[in-house]
Structure formats: structure tokens, C-alpha cells
Ligand binder design. Structure first.
Ligand code: MOS
Length: 734
């Protein structure tokens, strides 16, 4: 039996997903289910003067209309609504709490009815009178009032002075609009009323225990009265990190009616949730003629809401990518009458590294240097923020292997110098960086005498492949075929797990499984040693492994006892162990993943239509657990980056403070016709420091840098630099 770690194992949940057997939050059924429909505010700021629900209540089949006036009791302290991912500063949204309106699309009433269609129709009959107040939803209008909430990475030297004295300088502003998640699965909760105030909550979430703790604190319930279950998630990537308001409303209705309730948001209502905040990025880079850097200043101004201060690390990435004695970072927030932003694949890096990597490309042009050569000349072997080395950093290999696969050496440097028939051809590249985080997480393994194992944890699989890598690691560590491993996750009653996010899950849960499987192995060895004439009598625990259903002494071929015999002898039919992965604070080293991405665009010179014909992404992310699911993660991130470069943009009518394209017809994302050839390369990156298995995680790194590589390719093709995303054809023509 070959090892599974490092192979292209197909998704263990793939069959369930493609046959429809996999159930999502809105799919769970129970008798007597009532259905909710949300009424959302149509003004961005003010007070609700009056809600008239009489017409709605007259509709046959309507059970209730819940508003701030008549809702059941909820916690009145805003702290009770702070989930694990809530921003430190501010007071989270409390749906239906009072008459205050803080953004357009805020939930202000919930209609509950016998049928979903009835609820939705009745919701259209709810009349709301507002006392509106003046509002602002435009980042540009508030940029000068932006304020600092969080200290960014610490500065080095004197960046302003060094910049002023630099031989070659580049300074510019780049901007990214607000982008929305648009996962396939709508946010949904099905709450079953189990009697005696006990609830089972099927929720779309990246963290069942986060939701459980949150619901307990909002509704003052006991942990054993609320079980949160989320076996499958149809895309989340940050949008499901925080409990969304529909879970609060569904529970509120279930408690009010003492009945099971389902609430599924509409696609339009999904635009009333968190989003990647619109950000203005200002870069100033000073270099010597030889392409080494003297100064980097990076300032970001991003959107936040009226009620919470959301910020992420946009600006610090250059301290890890490029050597510069002088550097300065600033992150400011502009308060607008919009919902609080949220994490969205590679939050901070997605926007910050886009700007950094476009600025580096512009600097390369100013220096008349190949853009990849510039990056090699200021390559940083140490993390300059903490002045420490990396556990591993094979970014040089990403550059060389990516460039070789792409054919970068055939690039002709001058803009507009490459053509293919009527199309201009452009080649651009960028670097990517993300963190290799790890979190404390627990798992439980049950190995039965028939050679089956069950591996469980409260962790989520947001579509990234967690089920599969858990099964692979357990199979290897327990010496059983992957088909003999059953994984259960996404249930708050299972061993402790934080939210799945930040690309930290694979490394963390794999380590927890390895530790726990180790405890199972030690117990099996103890049983095997006690067998009369045991061939393992003298075996040391550290020398044994579980291989093909046997406990094997690896120092002496042939010394082995079958797992089944050991268990039979010990008169046990199952071995159960629970373990927790804890990670030492590695302040001696920086932990990051890196990438180099190369893009080819072909642009119709007359129409300005851009096709991204080739993308090569070379990624260094430690040991790759599953080359198939990891490749899918990188491809997904790359497509997302393509959308960021060319398509995605929430268009807000600042006169109404409302998104005009709150639907997936007019909010553009890449479709199959936009995606041509994507090649993913995993660079060999052994790492015995980051964790025992050498795993770093690949969730977000695929997105980082992609938009910049495409933007740089567009410049190379056309000679026109568009710094405000998305690069639409009108911007190329103007
Ligand atoms: Mo992460 S922002 O949950 O993909």
C-alpha cells in the first residue's frame, strides 16, 4: 500500500457532491418546517420610524412578522455578539435589535410562513417608514478623514529621506474596488426545534463552534442546548468565518414560534454581507541604478463600516519579499455607511501585494530591467520585520521554474513589441506571498479491529479538500487503506476546532491526526508486546510504525504483529484516542508560502478586449499533502485573481448608498470562456521546522499576485498602465 500523503488522491467526498447526496445547510428537512424571508432596509442610514406588517400578516399561511418591536429577548450587550473573528474595535451588527439603520440592505424584519413563497411574497408587503439621515458610501469622499486603528509592521530607517535621495523613484496610487464573495451556496440556516428549547442548527459556516458559542451568548442558551452542524459548505473563503445574520434570525424565529425554521438569503441579500473592502494603495519605492532598493513606503486606505473597524495587513508584505534598509507602512480606515467588510481569500495580501507588484513592475520599467531580474536583485532571505530567517523560502526556485515553464526568456522587453495577428501580446509577472499559519486543533480517532478508522474534528471543509487530506493522513499514520477511513467534521459536538480560514487548516489538522494516530500506535504496541512470544517484545515505540494493517518494527524487517491479532489478544474491539495539536511560538523564524506567477494576455487592438491566454503559477508551500486538491486550490485562486484583474467590481450608487449590480448577472466573475490555460507548479520545499510533517497550506497563495501579473501583462501588451481595478476595455481606450 503506497503512502497517500503527497499523492493525487481524489476527493473522498467527491461522489457525495456530484450525486447530490451531500447536504448543505438549506437542504436538511424536518417535519413542520416554517420558512423565513428577510425584509432589508432601503436606506443606508437613519432610523426606522414605523414598520407596518398588517398586510403581510393578512396573507394566508403567514405565521409571524418579527421586528425590533416584537422580537423575543436577545442579549443587549454588543459584546455578546462578538464572535471569534469579530474586529477588536467596534460593536457587531445586532440584527433586529433596535431601530437604527447602518447600511442599505440591513435586515429589519423577518416574515415567517408555512411556505417559502408565501414568506417571500408577504415580505414584499411589509411597509417601512424611515427617518433618513445623511450618509456617505464613497471611499474617495472620505479618504481625507481616514484614521489609523492598528499599528502596521514596524518601520525601518527613514523611508521618506531615503526615497528623496534615491537615484530612481516610482510613486503611484493603485485601487481595488469592493468585491463580493458570490459563493454558489447562498447563506442559509435550518434550525430544528428539538423540544425543551433544544436546537439543532444546520448552518453555512466555516466554524461550527464559533457559531455555537455566538448563539449561546446572543440567546443566553446553554452549550448543550445548541448543536451546530455544517457537513458541507458550497464556497465560503472568508464569507463564512463570522456567523451571518441569517443564523440569528432563524434561531430567533424558532424560539419565537417554538418550531423548526429555515432561512435562505436571496442572491441580492448576499450583497448585504461582508466583502473585500475597496482600498486605495499608495506605493513609493526608491532604488539604485543597480536595482537594489533604498526605500519602500506603502500606505493603504480601506473602507470600514460605521460600527466596526475591520483591517488586515495590506502593507507589510514588502518587508518579507524585498530587501530595503528603509521602509514605512501605514494603514488607515475610512468610515462609510456600508456593512463591515469581511475576509475574502488572502485578505490584505490580495489587495496590498497587487499594488506592490504593479509598483515593482513600474520600477523595473524605470530602471530598464527585466521585472523578474529586479525581484532577484532585491530578494530578501530574511524577514526584515523581525530580522529572522524563514523556516523555508524557495521563492528563487518559484521564479526559475515558473519562468522556464512560461518561456519568460523569450519576452521582448518593449511594450507593444509582441503580436499575434491582430492581437497585442503582453507578458507580465508578479510574486506572491502568504502566511503559513497553524492553530490549536483537536481530533479523535477510533480504530476498530476490522481495520476501519473514524477520524473526527469540529473543523470545516469549505470545499478545499479537508475531508480528503484528513483521510490521507490518517490512512498513512494508521496503515490502513484510505477507503477504510471515515471522516466526520463540521459538528460542534466533535473535538475542538477554530474556524477554517487563513490557509491554516491542513497543516494544523494533519499534525493533530499524526499525534493522535501516534497514541493509537503506542496502545497497539503495548497490546502486541503482551502477546506470548511477541516478535515486538523488544521493539522501541519510536522504531515502530503501522503499515498495511501491521505494527512493524522498522529496525528489523519481518518483526511485525497484525493490528487485528494485537487487538484480539488484548480483547479490545476498538482503540479510541483524542489528541490536540499545539504549535510552539516560532519567533525565531518566519513562516510563509511564496509564489511566482506569469501571465500572457492577448488584446484586440481595436476593441481593447483582453484575453488571459496563459497563466503559470509556481508555488512553494512546503510539503503538498494532495497534489490534486492542492492544484485545484491554486487554480481557484488564480481564477479569482483573474476576476480581480478584469471583472469584479461592486458598483455603488452613492446617491442611494446602494449596490447597483447586486446579482451575478451584472457583478462579473470569470466564467469558463474567460479561463484558458492555467499551469500550476509545486516547487520542492522541504521544511522540518514549520511542523513535523512540513506542511504550509495552499488555500490563499494562488490568488496573491495574480491580478498584478495580469495588469503588468496588459501594460506590456499596450503600453498603457491602468492602476484602478478592474481593467475594463473602456479604461484601455480612454
Ligand atoms: Mo479564508 S479569507 O477564510 O479563504
Amino acid at each position: 500500500m503506497a503512502p497517500y500523503i503527497g499523492t493525487a488522491t481524489s476527493r473522498v467526498d467527491g461522489r457525495a457532491k456530484v450525486t447530490g447526496a451531500a447536504k448543505y445547510a438549506g437542504d436538511f428537512n424536518t417535519g413542520g418546517l416554517a420558512y423565513g424571508a428577510v425584509v432589508a432596509s432601503t436606506i443606508p442610514r437613519g432610523r426606522i420610524a414605523r414598520i407596518d406588517a398588517r398586510d403581510a400578516l393578512r396573507v394566508d399561511g403567514v405565521l409571524d412578522v418579527i421586528t425590533h418591536d416584537n422580537r423575543p429577548r436577545m442579549a443587549d450587550r454588543s459584546a455578546a455578539y462578538k464572535d471569534d473573528v469579530a474586529p477588536e474595535q467596534g460593536s457587531p451588527l445586532r440584527p433586529l435589535y433596535d431601530d437604527k439603520i447602518m447600511f442599505n440592505g440591513q435586515p429589519i424584519a423577518l416574515v415567517v410562513a408555512e411556505e417559502w413563497e408565501i414568506a417571500r411574497f408577504a415580505a414584499s408587503l411589509v411597509r417601512v417608514d424611515y427617518a433618513p439621515e445623511a450618509f456617505v458610501t464613497d471611499l474617495q469622499a472620505r479618504r481625507d478623514a481616514a484614521f489609523v486603528v492598528e499599528k502596521p509592521e514596524k518601520p525601518r530607517g527613514n523611508a521618506a529621506k531615503a526615497y528623496a535621495a534615491a537615484a530612481v523613484r516610482h510613486e503611484a496610487e493603485y485601487s481595488v474596488p469592493s468585491e463580493y464573495h458570490n459563493p454558489m451556496e447562498l447563506f442559509a440556516s435550518t434550525v430544528t426545534w428539538d423540544g425543551d428549547g433544544k436546537l439543532t442548527v444546520y448552518d453555512k459556516t466555516q466554524g461550527v463552534q464559533n457559531v455555537q458559542h455566538y448563539l449561546c451568548s446572543v440567546f443566553d442558551m446553554k452549550p448543550h442546548d445548541v448543536r451546530v452542524i455544517s457537513p458541507y459548505v458550497g464556497g465560503a473563503f472568508g464569507s463564512g468565518l463570522r456567523p451571518q445574520y441569517q443564523v440569528v434570525l432563524a434561531v430567533l424565529a424558532a424560539l419565537a414560534l417554538q418550531r423548526s425554521v429555515r432561512l435562505v438569503l436571496t442572491r441580492q441579500q448576499m450583497y448585504g454581507l461582508g466583502y473585500r473592502p475597496a482600498t486605495i494603495e499608495r506605493l513609493a519605492i526608491g532604488a539604485r541604478q543597480n536595482g537594489t532598493l533604498d526605500a519602500i513606503s506603502h500606505e493603504a486606505i480601506a473602507i470600514t463600516s460605521q460600527y466596526e473597524d475591520f483591517s488586515r495587513n495590506d502593507t507589510g508584505w514588502s518587508g518579507q519579499l524585498y530587501r530595503s534598509a528603509n521602509a514605512r507602512y501605514a494603514h488607515r480606515l475610512a468610515r462609510l455607511d456600508l456593512p463591515t467588510p469581511a475576509d475574502m481569500r488572502a485578505p490584505g495580501a490580495g489587495t496590498g501585494v497587487y499594488a506592490l507588484e504593479c509598483a515593482m513592475d513600474e520600477l523595473a520599467v524605470a530602471l530598464r530591467l527585466d521585472p523578474m531580474e529586479l525581484r532577484l536583485r532585491c530578494y530578501s532571505d530574511r524577514d526584515q520585520h523581525e530580522d529572522v530567517p524563514y523556516t523555508s523560502k524557495k521563492l528563487r526556485e518559484c521564479y526559475s521554474q515558473g519562468a522556464a515553464a512560461f518561456g519568460w526568456d523569450k519576452r521582448s522587453p518593449a511594450p507593444r513589441s509582441m503580436r499575434d495577428g491582430g492581437e497585442l501580446v503582453g507578458w507580465g509577472m508578479a510574486s506572491g506571498i502568504w502566511e503559513a499559519l497553524q492553530v490549536e486543533i483537536s481530533t479523535r480517532i477510533v480504530l476498530t479491529a476490522n481495520g476501519h478508522a473514524e477520524v473526527v474534528s469540529a473543523v470545516s471543509d469549505i470545499g478545499t479538500g479537508t475531508y480528503t487530506i484528513m483521510a490521507q493522513v490518517a490512512a498513512d499514520m494508521l496503515g490502513v487503506p484510505v477507503d477504510n477511513v471515515t471522516v466526520r467534521l463540521g459538528d460542534s459536538t466533535l473535538p475542538q476546532s477554530p474556524v477554517e480560514g487563513g490557509s491554516w487548516t491542513a497543516a494544523s489538522i494533519a499534525h493533530a491526526i499524526a499525534i493522535t494516530a501516534d497514541a493509537v500506535r503506542k496502545e497497539l504496541l503495548r497490546l502486541a508486546k503482551s502477546m506470548p512470544g511477541s516478535p515486538l517484545a523488544a521493539a522501541k515505540p519510536g522504531d515502530t510504525a503501522l503499515v498495511d494493517g501491521q505494527i512493524v518494527d522498522q529496525t528489523s524487517a519481518g518483526r511485525a504483529v497484525s493490528v487485528a491479532d494485537a487487538m484480539r489478544h488484548g480483547a479490545v474491539d476498538r482503540i479510541e484516542r483524542q489528541g490536540t495539536a499545539r504549535f510552539k511560538d516560532l519567533s525565531s523564524h518566519a513562516r510563509n508560502t511564496h509564489s511566482a506567477i506569469f501571465a500572457e494576455v492577448k488584446i484586440d487592438e481595436e476593441l481593447g478586449v483582453i484575453r488571459v491566454t496563459r497563466l503559470v503559477n509556481a508555488v512553494a508551500a512546503g510539503r503538498i499533502l494532495n497534489t490534486k486538491t492542492a492544484r485545484s486550490q491554486i487554480m481557484g485562486g488564480v481564477v479569482w485573481g483573474l476576476g480581480m484583474a478584469l471583472h469584479e467590481e461592486a458598483l455603488v450608487d452613492h446617491g442611494f448608498g446602494r449596490i447597483m449590480n447586486a446579482n451575478i448577472a451584472e457583478y462579473h466573475v470569470p466564467v469558463n470562456a474567460d479561463v484558458y490555460d492555467i499551469e500550476v507548479i509545486f516547487v520542492d520545499e522541504p521544511d522540518d521546522l514549520v511542523n513535523p510533517l512540513g506542511i504550509k497550506g495552499v488555500g490563499e497563495i494562488g490568488l496573491v499576485g495574480t491580478a498584478a501579473a495580469i495588469a503588468n501583462a496588459v501594460y506590456h501588451a499596450t503600453g498603457k498602465r491602468v492602476r484602478d481595478l478592474p481593467i475594463t476595455l473602456d479604461k484601455l481606450r480612454r
